[in-house]
Ligand binder design. Structure first.
Ligand code: NAD
Length: 441
């Protein structure tokens, strides 16, 4: 049983803290956001993450998990302190480390005994050393020792609890054996593969992994765009490529590109890191540019199907960057919907969990929001799929056809087979696959 404090109770801190507590550790999750902590104390989970609420409840009731805004006390009570605060994108593309620095200063001010300080946030190479130096400077003459470890997180929103409990690997970057052993031991119950390395390498692994996955997505999207021009079907191209175990079919689904709180910011941060050392990472530039362009392809397809967007009603189905999350950070919908509105369209936006949050971000001018898909499609000239929620994948197409004004679909996620849409009599445009202009049978 280890005594752990997690600073930053967001998607990463809350999920990983809860999972550590489930393995018998005593975990204090803290945050500067008092509202968030109050909600958590009442088992009201501030993020949408399947399976999280019962796990939080179970471990709070067992006395293994608690929530507080009293960060100083939490630091003193624990031996291992995780920093899991946000590292958002600055306007220059650089990762904003102000929250990490604030957390490190807080730790330095309240440290009363040996601590292992684990940076779980995604941070540029060199941050672990910076944290080490910053804490050392703050400690001054006080006789307290500490080690800094890098332990990047790889969970995916929407399956975060599963990913954490079934961790594929733990990367432990450390400056010494003692701290590496403590963090390795902490991961023993997860029965996962462990790689122990130095701080800089661990930090680079996280960026390299995310940039590589982003590269796969931009690559298959470029192939999709070629498929459209040559009349090939990217769905089968991906399937055929994925049969090669060296390639694997994962992250090879063509669509509107990557979004979310990690890939856009981490690819930009890696690009910034490259620029800082005068390295021309042109492949990464292309990955980012391809992704930006890919988002607008569905708008062009909508224009092609409708002629002019002016005065048309478009039902946008799905607003989050992927299903099973309420996270709207860098979601394609945030670019696509304003583009539709600029073109003169009225948007009926559907999302089962993030409709309210989207309204806060996008406003209500020419946009109405729905949590029910069938209400959203009523009277639509076109349905535009941005997120493959279960409600979208399993929608009753016959009912939709009765509700819409025109049976037209643009599908940014390739949710349906071409044959099905042809049989159902829809005009259907997807990504990297032949057009369908269905005939009602
Ligand atoms: P988040 O924004 O959901 O949560 C961060 C939390 O930190 C917030 O609740 C905020 O109030 C809190 N915070 C900020 N400063 C604080 C301070 N000084 N003391 C206490 N709390 C503070 O962020 P997230 O999505 O959990 O991401 C955290 C880090 O993990 C980022 O670096 C991110 O890149 C990385 N990461 C995220 C994911 C993901 O899927 N979200 C996956 C892997 C890695």
């Amino acid at each position: 049983m280890k005594k752990i404090t997690v600073i930053g109770t967001g998607y990463v801190g809350l999920v990983s803290g809860t999972c550590f507590s489930d393995y018998g550790n005593r975990v204090i999750c803290c945050d500067i956001d008092a509202k968030k902590i109050d909600r958590l104390k009442n088992y009201d989970i501030p993020i949408y993450e399947p399976g999280l609420e019962p796990l939080v409840r179970k471990n709070v009731e067992r006395g293994n998990l608690s929530f507080t805004t009293d960060i100083s006390n939490a630091i003193q009570e624990s031996d291992i302190i995780f920093i899991a605060v946000g590292t958002p994108m600055s306007p220059s593309g650089e990762a904003d480390l102000s929250y990490v620095k604030a957390a490190a200063e807080m730790i330095a001010s309240h440290m009363n005994s040996y601590k292992v300080i684990v940076v779980k946030s995604t941070v540029p190479v060199g941050t672990g050393r910076m944290v080490q130096k910053l804490i050392q400077e703050h400690i001054g003459e006080r006789l307290v020792s500490f080690d800094v470890v890098s332990n990047p997180e790889f969970l995916r929103e929407g399956s975060a609890v599963y990913d954490c409990m079934n961790m594929e690997r733990a990367i432990i970057g450390s400056t010494g054996e003692q701290s590496a052993d403590i963090i390795r031991e902490l991961h023993a119950p997860f029965e996962t593969k462990v790689l122990v390395t130095d701080l800089e390498t661990a930090e680079m692994i996280k960026y390299a992994a995310n940039a590589f996955l982003a590269t796969k997505i931009s690559f298959i999207n470029s192939i999709a765009n070629l498929c459209e021009r040559y009349g090939a079907d990217v769905g089968h191209v991906s399937e055929g490529m994925g049969m090669d175990s060296r390639i694997s079919g994962k992250f090879l689904q063509a669509g509107i590109g990557y979004g979310g709180s990690c890939f856009p910011k981490d690819t930009e941060a890696l690009r910034y890191m490259s620029q800082q050392v005068d390295y021309d990472f042109s492949m990464l530039d292309a990955v980012i540019q391809t992704n930006e362009a890919q988002r607008m392809i569905v708008v062009r397809k909508a224009q092609d199907l409708l002629g002019d967007l002016g005065g048309k009603t478009i039902a946008v189905l799905g607003l989050t960057f992927k299903p099973d999350t309420d996270d709207l950070r860098y979601a394609p919908s945030l670019d696509v919907i304003p583009a539709l509105v600029r073109g003169g369209a009225y948007v009926r936006a559907f999302d089962p969990v993030a409709a309210h949050e989207a309204e806060m971000l996008l406003g209500t001018e020419r946009i109405t929001y729905y949590r029910d898909l069938y209400e959203a499609v009523e009277g639509a000239d076109l349905c535009l799929i941005l997120t493959e929620w279960e409600d979208v994948l399993h929608m009753d197409l016959a009912r939709v056809k009765e509700l819409v004004k025109q049976p037209k679909f643009v599908d940014g996620r390739n949710c349906f087979s071409l044959e099905l849409m042809r049989q159902r009599g829809f005009s259907y445009r997807s990504v990297g696959r032949p057009d369908v202009d269905g005939v009602l049978v």
